[in-house]
Design a protein around this ligand. Structure first.
Ligand code: ARG
Length: 705
């Protein structure tokens, strides 16, 4: 027996399952047998007493879970951090444990109110005393970890629990003598698993399967080379034996009904201090400020979800609710993350949502020079579609040429310092690039409710995708929008695939161009080829467009079309020479609507107009969408997504495709301005043209009245 090791236990005089605060308790209210519980507890008590000194704390009525002394607090040397229970059902235990520790002469540290921490249930010392593993996610708050580091002067490694069955760290994680670790990896998130793997060598990690985990095999009491637990599979016993451990099984089924077993029923109150070990907590905190219609726009929810889902935690320091319909709210939120890496990931999402740092926490953006043309430094900030500003020399600079998936390049020009959004390939030596997450903010103007409503009206399926039934309604709105843009001299860009021709939409699109509704057309080789084939031969890929049957030898038609244009030199020349007299591209030439055709590996020909250099094609697209008010994407996944990638927030996008996946992908950019319509594009265009002419006749009517 090791005279220097002491454990604290509490006899189960008042033990029962009286409430449900973890999944194990569900369905077990008053289902445990007191007699059997007492017998099982006694056996554990005697097993331990043969090896260590066991102290007892007096059980109390009304706090049935007090048997689980692991949750009394966390002891290291003479210091104890008292638990602050998450659930009110257990908070009544706190004064009794506090009294016991004080009587024993410990220095008792108490966490601030409302900062839950459940003692040694969620904090386990490495058995060599090198550091403290601390769990969070269910019962203990991440923000408690820096206090542990400070008060106990030890390095704290934060582990995030993900499976509610393993709500306390000690239910799925058990450091053993000599640096071994018994644990159930799926109970942790990926980051925590990586951390464990970094600290514990592979030969020291004893991972258990689910069957052992649910028998609470990890909820074990380790004294030297002995491990006491409820139950272990033969395989686990063998593996522990190979590592030099003797397993003592002692049934604790009555306590499993409350979600605890051997380890939970004990608290080691003698934990030697390693003199060379000192405080360190990787936990980082930052305070962010949010302003806007935080509640009704869902920004608050999104922010808090991003923090928690990203592995962090939060505390709302201040919330000023805008009480009038039009007034905005302001929130200050303290964000905590287990490490710098996790903080960076969370913060970059919060920046996209529109969060800004508090003025006193603000710093300039971190810059790193380009050392290889076309290559950004690691950790460069990846841009979004939202207007962005960066702080350089204490000044906020608006980033020019905003688009997603770029880097922010800072350069000195005759006009001073300029921040520009650039694609990786365009980065040049001599420029600096923004890295990390400091000094970056996205500008989300808090629109008035009224404005928001009109926008929502337009994007009434912004979040989802319309069904056939609603198509007519959407088309009516799009027609109205097109009309408005045309009348105001705005810009509409159409992106179209060959399906427009196959589904009989060619004439309608031609009409839109003729009537001035389209200011630029983007596509690939195919739409032009099929449009020209139809115009010359009445077929689209050999199908007779009037009769809907294939024409003998029709499969050659599109090549003849290509050949003709090649002979003329370009589509424009073909129109000039009178060889092409109708169709979408004919109308473009006639009405000086610029178009750009981006090539691909499957192109036949190609037409002389098709740009086979894709970098050039991307630049050409980008030029044509500049200043667009609306982009109408018609059944071309490739070109629509390509265009979407270049488009900043604020440009309305309408995506029409029979394939809901394409529509979702495009309307899912997190921008309220995109509308998805799942329908046949030919049908869509015919409805659109019809609606527009109705608008016109209504308009003429009001003019004459
Ligand atoms: N019913 C108790 C609770 O949910 C069980 C505590 C188990 N203790 C532990 N250290 N895992 O709080």
């Amino acid at each position: 027996m090791s005279a220097s090791i002491r454990f604290l236990m509490c006899s189960p005089d008042h033990y029962d399952v009286d409430y449900v605060i973890n999944p194990w308790m569900e369905g077990n209210i008053h289902k445990s047998s007191r007699d059997r519980a007492v017998e099982q507890w006694q056996r554990l008590f005697h097993l331990l007493k043969e090896r260590v000194i066991v102290d007892l704390v007096t059980p109390q009525k009304g706090v049935p879970d007090m048997v689980f002394t692991a949750n009394a607090g966390l002891v290291l040397g003479d210091n104890v951090v008292l638990s602050r229970f998450y659930h009110k059902e257990r908070q009544g235990e706190e004064p009794f444990f506090k009294q016991w520790f004080e009587q024993q002469g410990y220095t008792v540290h108490e966490l601030p109110q409302d900062l839950p921490f459940e003692g040694a249930g969620d904090a386990l010392l490495d058995r060599e005393g090198r550091w403290l593993w601390a769990g969070y996610g269910f019962r203990s708050e991440l923000d408690s970890h820096p206090y542990l580091a400070k008060w106990l002067d030890i390095e704290v490694l934060s582990l995030r629990l993900m499976d509610e069955r393993f709500y306390h760290l000690d239910t799925c994680f058990c450091p053993l003598t000599d640096g071994y670790l018994l644990y159930y990896p799926p109970a942790f998130d990926a980051y925590s698993n990586r951390l464990i793997e970094m600290r514990v060598a592979p030969e020291k990690r004893i991972a258990v399967g689910e069957a052992d985990a649910v028998n609470f095999a990890c909820n074990a009491v380790n004294v030297d080379r002995t491990v006491v637990m409820n139950q272990a599979s033969n395989d686990l016993k063998r593996r522990l034996a190979e590592a030099g451990f003797e397993v003592l099984e002692t049934p604790l089924t009555e306590f499993l009904k409350a979600g605890g077993a051997a380890k939970c029923l004990t608290l080691r109150v003698t934990e030697p201090i390693q003199p060379e070990v000192h405080a360190a907590a990787a936990v980082e905190s930052r305070t962010i400020r949010l302003e806007g219609h935080l509640i009704d726009s869902g920004v608050m929810n999104r922010t808090l979800d991003a923090v928690v889902e990203g592995g962090g935690s939060f505390q709302i320091l201040n919330f000023q609710l805008g009480v009038q319909r039009q007034s905005t709210s302001v929130a200050e939120v303290k964000v905590t993350a287990p490490s710098h890496d996790v903080m960076e990931k969370i913060m970059s999402q919060l920046i996209d949502i529109g969060a800004v740092r508090l003025p006193q926490e603000l710093s300039d953006a971190q810059l790193e020079p380009i050392v290889q043309a076309g290559v950004a430094p690691d950790d460069f900030y990846v841009t979004t579609i939202y207007p962005t500003e960066v702080r350089v020399n204490s000044q906020w600079l608006r980033v020019q040429n905003q688009r997603m998936d770029g880097a922010i390049a800072i350069s000195q020009t005759s006009n001073g310092t300029v921040a520009r959004c650039k694609l990786l390939r365009d980065l040049e030596i001599g420029e600096d690039v923004v890295v990390g997450i400091d000094g970056i903010r996205t500008v989300r103007k808090p629109e008035l409710r009224e404005q928001r409503n009109t926008q929502q009206e337009f994007s009434f399926m912004g979040a989802g995708v319309s069904s056939e039934r609603r198509v007519e309604l959407v088309v009516e709105q799009i027609a109205w929008e097109l009309r408005k843009i045309r009348d105001q001299g705005g810009k509409v860009v159409v992106v179209a695939g060959p399906v427009v021709i196959h589904t009989g939409g060619g004439n309608h699109l031609s009409q839109l161009i003729r009537e001035g509704y389209v200011q630029a057309l983007l596509g690939g080789n195919a739409i032009a080829v099929h449009d020209i084939e139809q115009s010359l031969m009445g077929t689209s890929l050999g199908m007779d467009m009037k009769r809907g049957v294939s024409v003998r030898g029709g499969h050659r038609h599109h090549l003849k079309a290509i050949n003709l244009i090649r002979r003329c030199g370009s589509i424009g020349h073909a129109v000039e020479q009178g060889a092409l007299t109708s169709g979408i591209f004919y109308e473009c030439i006639q009405h000086r609507v610029p178009f750009s055709l981006a090539g691909s590996i499957r192109d036949d020909g190609p037409l002389p107009d098709t740009k086979m250099d894709l970098i050039e094609a991307q630049a050409d697209y980008a030029r044509l969408i500049e200043g667009a008010d609306l982009i109408l994407m018609l059944s071309s996944m490739l070109h629509s997504i390509g265009t979407g990638n270049m488009t900043p927030a604020g440009v309305k996008m309408v995506c029409v495709d029979i394939n809901p996946a394409v529509v979702t992908k495009l309307s899912d950019r997190g921008s309220v301005e995109s509308v998805g319509v799942v329908t046949d594009v030919g049908l869509f265009l015919s409805l659109l043209v019809q609606q527009l002419s109705q608008l016109t006749s209504r308009y003429q009517l009001t003019q004459t009245v």
